[in-house]
Write a protein that binds this ligand. Structure first.
Ligand code: MTE
Ligand code: CO
Length: 421
């Protein structure tokens, strides 16, 4: 933890006083667009009348003033909305937990609407006893709670050939982090009795894409979950209601939603999603097979292109970091495009294969900055620059781009997605 120095303290006072440090030409922050009749010493409208009683809002929603905090899409990105993606509004969130309604979505055949009464999970293949579970069966079994990030392998995929999309929602928003409740997959496999020669399992979805992936048995027996709850409530339809596979630290594609079948075998199935797709095409035309782990990655969520600065003075730089290999050990922030680095302050819990929230408190006086963040995980892996990544991987791939992003903060508080060097 770094204590703010005296300079920061005095500037924090300035911040509280009001518009003293307002950036010329920048849009006024919402607080300055106030209606004076609601301001002290007047009694505000909402104090003059009774509010809604309990029960009016049986399932609560965010304040109507927060209606721009939504998932967004990039219409030109995909041919159809059924096989497409919406992005988490990372720039409008804080802490490490993604609210259920804001978790990015990636569907290959639209959202399956499964009647829980008709739901069955089939476990078969190289097992002593094939099993069929109802949702009630799964809910009766021993369960655990785990907080994990899920990142699509294609997150930041548009940035391989240069800075493309202006906003961390679009460049990094194919990630979310929630608490899952579910049954360890190991427990289910033990019930079925896995045959000695079994080395892989195949997970298949019940959606119209029937998306399926092969997963090594060692991972299945390690930390995978058959989950039915997220953040306490049942999974949302978008996230695979009623049951999805949780594969901590591994690319989102293997987290099969609307899970209908687990087949045990002695080799991978080489499905479409692990051959034609989700393989990293290298410079020499060859593709890597099975890049399961998500390498450590971080991004500054504010300020960022969709979250410009409105005020000079005390400023909190905020961001998210995660690693598919374990815990985040450290995050550094640079204000000058990677020449100098300072340790960021991690605040909140640090879980295995989960997002962490980091902050760097700075004094900003309108100078132009090149903001970057860089994460190091407990395995000692350090997030690479985009150029270092390109040297090894070329630019043919769209997957597994965890290079350091750069936001150019301009004198007027606007922020742009750029590249250094
Ligand atoms: N599972 C099924 N059955 N169908 C799908 O289209 N998409 C995969 C994976 N599981 C998918 C699926 C991909 S590519 C990702 S990144 C994650 O689900 C996205 O999970 P989310 O929609 O909960 O963010
Ligand atoms: Co994906």
């Amino acid at each position: 933890m770094t204590e703010p120095n005296d300079k920061t303290k005095s500037s924090r006072r300035n911040f509280l006083v009001g518009a003293a440090g307002l950036v010329a030409g920048a849009a006024a922050p919402p607080a300055l667009a106030a209606n004076s009749k609601n301001l002290p010493p007047n009694v505000a409208d909402w104090t003059h009348q009774l509010g809604d009683g309990v029960g009016v809002r049986a399932y609560g929603n965010p304040s109507k003033y927060e209606k721009d905090v939504v998932r967004r899409t990039v219409p030109w990105l995909t041919a159809t909305p059924e096989s497409s993606v919406s992005f988490t509004p990372l720039h409008q969130l804080d802490g490490i937990i993604t609210p259920n309604g804001l978790c990015f979505e990636r569907h290959h055949g639209g959202i399956a609407e499964i009647d829980p009464n008709d739901y069955r999970l089939m476990l078969h293949g190289l097992v002593d006893k094939p099993l069929l579970f109802t949702l009630e069966d799964l809910k009766r079994l021993p369960r655990v709670n785990r907080i994990h990030f899920l990142e699509c392998a294609a997150n930041s995929g548009m940035e391989w050939r240069g800075a493309q999309l202006n906003g961390c929602q679009y460049t990094h928003g194919m990630v979310h982090c929630v608490q899952y409740t579910g049954v360890p997959l190991k427990f289910l496999l033990e019930q079925a009795g896995v045959k000695a020669k079994a080395t892989w399992i195949m997970a298949e979805g019940g959606d119209s894409a029937a998306m399926n992936r092969s997963i090594p048995m060692s991972k299945a027996l390690d930390d995978c979950l058959v989950a039915y709850r997220m953040n306490g409530e049942m999974l949302r339809p978008e996230q695979g209601y009623p049951v999805r596979l949780v594969v901590p630290g591994w690319e989102g594609n293997v987290w099969v939603k609307w899970l209908r079948r687990l087949k045990v075998g002695d080799q991978p199935w080489y499905t479409r999603e692990e051959t034609a797709k989700y393989t990293d095409l290298l410079e020499n035309g060859k593709a890597r097979k099975f890049t399961f782990e998500m390498d450590a990655k971080s991004v500054i969520t504010s300020p960022s292109p969709q979250a410009p600065l409105h005020q000079k003075g005390f400023t909190v730089i905020s961001g998210l970091a995660w690693s598919g290999r374990g815990k985040v050990a450290r995050v550094d922030v640079s204000l000058d495009g990677g020449r100098n680095w300072r340790a960021a302050r991690i605040d909140g819990p640090v879980f295995d294969k989960a997002c962490v929230r980091f902050y760097a408190d700075i004094e900003w006086n309108g100078e132009e900055l090149m903001l970057q963040s860089r994460v190091m995980d407990e395995a000692g892996y350090v997030q690479p620059t985009k150029d270092a990544l390109r040297k090894i991987r070329g630019v043919n791939s769209i997957y597994h781009n965890n290079g350091i992003a750069t936001w150019a903060l301009k004198a007027n508080g606007e922020v742009e997605n750029v590249e250094v060097g």
